[in-house]
Design a protein around this ligand. Structure first.
Ligand code: NIG
Ligand code: FE
Length: 414
């Protein structure tokens, strides 16, 4: 692929020297190069620097030189928590919620996840693939360059495997980095409401061997919540998944604090996600672990729940990432630009913190920090080119405005 040289970049954002997760006060450290150049070749970043160094660094200018006057370049968003594969949207529940019914009440009436599972089990693999593919195109145009996608709307052997095969096909066809998570333990299907052990046995004895055999997932997830899976059940399921090489990446503390964070950190989970409700020793367990706390502010926004205590987590030296939770029930949007804005507006994260949490820390929460998540030589040229903007803070400040001029994935504009 011919070399591309970008010059006069107003700010080149996220030129981190290291690919390690940022915790506590490090999260506000977002290295930036002003008036910069960037050289891309064969889909990767070859060089970058200040404009005054251009002559020395790039003595022979390539044919393609692009003037980026006034533009910022950022690494693409790394969205480490989504449920992007689903059969249909659920705007009827959205109306129920407007009329005062709670998320938990909707779930208890057979709506929510069970509603999505019914529809998913009736959809064909191709139908699911096609709609998920559309959503993937949509989020990549919004700047997402790496994404995690979960199963969890099957809740049957066939349904869960079908979802994971769809994710595998997305991985094969897409230029985005995609990680796959097995989430059969999303809720108890109706047939197992009185027989929890029966469903756990189904996950362990029927689903996991197929997933292991076909290498259908990278991670295992459990929705650890009152009325869903207990911390002990989560531990049993995670240990079975770990036997097949799946590391835990878990839904905890969305509605209640049941001790899921303690169990998850003891399992060395890659991440614990949601964290709307933090109590007791939760925060200390997280701060003292290698587990990343992934905040999903658009889920709190959409469900009108208290926002994640980001400041408290950061001030206690936790490693924090941000993700969209794109799903039909609690966050029907995969727009990471809005996630970043909302995190600044409602979670009181600084723009630098929100951008780091959505790039390098999101990459760490998918273990792809050596490939994406920052501007570094050798990393994939997965880049967001903004329209001309006055400052970095303008990005979250002007929420709802599309400031993206172009997105590049593997060195190609999309
Ligand atoms: O992360 N809370 C559990 N799972 C999803 C929502 C699933 C749904 O409502 O369909 C979440 O918010
Ligand atoms: Fe989720």
């Amino acid at each position: 692929m011919a070399a591309l040289l970008f010059i006069n970049i107003k700010q080149l954002v996220g030129v981190h020297k290291q690919n390690t997760v940022l915790r506590g006060s490090q999260l506000a450290e977002l290295p930036i190069l002003e008036n910069a150049f960037l050289l891309v070749e064969d889909g990767v970043i070859i060089d970058f620097g200040a404009m005054y160094e251009l002559e020395i660094n790039v003595p022979q200018l390539p044919k393609n030189v692009i003037d980026c006057q006034g533009q910022f370049i950022l690494p693409c968003w790394c969205d480490s928590h989504t449920h992007l594969v689903f059969a249909t949207t659920r705007e009827e529940e959205f109306i129920d919620k407007i009329n005062g019914v709670s998320y938990a009440e909707i779930a208890a009436k057979g709506g929510g996840i069970l509603n999505s599972a019914n529809k998913l089990n009736r959809a064909t693999e191709d139908e699911l693939f096609n709609s998920a593919w559309q959503r993937l195109q949509e989020v990549s145009k919004l700047g997402t360059g790496a994404i995690e996608i979960k199963s969890g709307y099957g809740l049957t052997v066939e349904g869960e495997i079908k979802m994971l095969r769809v994710i595998k096909r997305l991985k094969e066809k897409s230029n985005l980095i995609i990680k796959s998570t097995f989430l059969a333990a999303h809720t108890y299907p109706l047939a197992y409401i009185e027989n929890h052990q029966g469903y756990i046995d189904l996950i362990i004895n029927e689903m996991l061997p197929i997933i292991g055999n076909e290498k259908l997932a990278d991670y295992i997830d459990v929705f650890c919540e009152e009325g869903f899976f207990s911390p002990q059940e989560m531990e049993t399921i995670c240990k079975a998944g770990m036997h097949y090489g799946l590391k835990p990446k878990l839904h905890v503390n969305q509605l209640n604090s049941l001790g899921g964070i303690k169990y998850a950190t003891q399992l060395n989970a890659v991440s614990v996600d949601h964290l709307e409700v933090i109590a007791g020793d939760d925060i200390n367990y997280l701060a003292q672990s290698n587990t990343i706390g992934t905040l999903l502010p658009t889920a709190a926004f959409f469900l009108r729940m208290p926002y994640q205590p980001a400041r408290q987590l950061i001030n206690t030296n936790c490693a924090v990432a941000l993700a969209s939770d794109y799903n039909p029930g609690s966050s029907p949007s995969g727009n990471m630009n809005f996630v970043v804005a909302l995190s600044c507006i409602q979670l009181k994260m600084l723009p630098e913190e929100a951008i780091n949490a959505s790039t390098i820390n999101g990459a760490c929460a998918m273990e792809v920090q050596n490939e994406v998540g920052s501007i570094a030589i050798g990393k994939k040229a997965n880049l967001i080119f903004t329209k001309p903007i006055p400052s970095l803070a303008y990005i979250p400040y002007s929420f709802g405005t599309n400031l993206i001029d172009r997105v590049m994935i593997n060195g190609e504009y999309i």
